[in-house]
Design a protein around this ligand. Structure first.
Ligand code: SF4
Length: 380
């Protein structure tokens, strides 16, 4: 990895883009990848399949050199590195204690159902990397924006302290993904109890540092193994903890993910599959998917009629009302707020067609005239 990252990259977009704004470039231009791979094995994700379960790490020198390269080469650098991360921010140099066991092990995850006793959870190399990176001349701040595996982080409270004191830019993204055991067991994610332990440490060290910063938990709707009741319990948890999810992730079967096998077969491949094996409930109908997403955004008045009907059908009408422990009000507001629209709807083929005025031209349908060639009097 060090060899690849030491190559003389220009670190700017290809000149053919000219002065165009490239949002993806803006996101990564001050960000550094410190490793590849993930041993989490979350079933909805295929990073383990793409990058491997054994973490490949860059050397500390290689990473520090890249920070200096960014500082010296990238236009617009203000001294803030936006991320020192990878698939999981805190798996740097974490590995099985014994390489022989690691080579022979066939477990899909080193951290589910609990952290394997053979896993070395010492975050010292990562803490040292953070400390040295902060000392570099011209570097004002190093942020950690990659997702964090908080069940591993709580094993090393000193790491949480280091992170919270120096590397959180106001908000820290973490992904409990759900609160209920049934969907969590199908995702191969730890229980919400570990989240509470991490939150305690996060708040303690935030207070000690005299800062104001918040945790942003992410959740998935409609994952295989999720019942309407599970989503309702998640919505009640969100309300109790005063969280209002802005964006909603709904499970979508993607190539190579184990949860995709659950989605298509309705069976649980995490255990031996036979005609007698456990069936997994899958959320496929557009109505049920809409309800699961709506429950994640229980605070949006546009979702209240749908949630109200579902609560009545589930025999949970007591949750409708203005009480502290009730989920949604009995009446819609006089003036309806703008309806929430998922991003994929805005970017759908139909929406795209409406947006573009003329037919898109490709080399097969005839490219638009090339202005430069025309100027030179050449044929297009
Ligand atoms: S023995 Fe444990 S730590 Fe080692 S590779 Fe297997 S699951 Fe991971």
């Amino acid at each position: 990895m060090d060899y690849v990252f030491a190559m003389p990259f220009a670190r700017v977009p290809h000149p053919s883009y000219g002065e165009q704004r490239i949002p993806a470039y803006e996101m990564i231009c001050f960000s550094i990848n410190i490793m590849r791979g993930c041993f989490g094995g979350c079933t909805f994700c295929s990073i383990t399949e793409h990058e491997g379960r054994i973490i490949q790490n860059r050397s500390k020198d290689s990473i520090l050199n890249e920070i200096k390269e960014i500082r010296d080469k990238v236009p617009g650098f203000t001294g803030v590195i936006s991320d020192l991360g990878g698939p999981t921010a805190n798996m740097y140099r974490l590995a099985c204690k014994d390489p022989k066991i690691e080579a022979a092990c066939r477990k899909p995850s080193c951290v589910y159902p609990k952290i394997c006793q053979n896993m070395n959870t010492d975050h010292t190399p990562l803490k040292e990397l953070y400390r040295e990176a902060r000392q570099l001349k011209g570097i004002k701040r190093i942020l950690i924006s990659s997702g964090l595996r908080y069940d591993l982080a709580v094993e090393d409270p000193e790491y949480v302290k280091e992170l919270v004191t120096h590397h959180v830019g106001g908000y820290l993204k973490i992904a409990p993904e759900h609160t209920e055991e049934a969907p969590l067991s199908k995702m191969m994610k730890p229980g919400i109890g570990t989240y509470d332990r991490f939150k305690e440490l996060f708040e303690k060290y935030t207070k000690e540092a005299g800062k104001e910063q918040y945790l942003i938990p992410y959740f998935i709707a409609a994952h295989p193994g999720t019942k309407d009741e599970d989503m309702l319990n998640l919505a009640l948890w969100l309300k109790k903890h005063n969280f209002r999810a802005d964006q909603v992730q709904a499970f979508y079967p993607s190539p190579m993910a184990t949860a995709t096998a659950m989605y298509h077969t309705g069976k649980n491949p995490l255990k031996k599959v036979s005609y007698k094996s456990e069936s997994v409930e899958t959320v496929k109908s557009p109505e049920q998917r809409r309800l699961h997403k709506a429950l994640l955004r229980y605070h949006d008045p546009a979702n209240w009629p749908l949630i109200r009907k579902a609560l009545r059908d589930m025999g949970r009408a007591e949750l409708i009302g203005n009480g502290k422990n009730q989920l949604i009000p009995a009446y819609d507001p006089a003036e309806k707020t703008k309806k929430y629209q998922a991003h994929h709807r805005k970017n759908s083929a139909a929406a795209h067609k409406k947006r573009i005025k003329s037919k898109l031209r490709t080399q097969h349908t005839g490219l638009p005239p090339n202005a430069k060639r025309k100027k030179k009097g050449l044929k297009n």
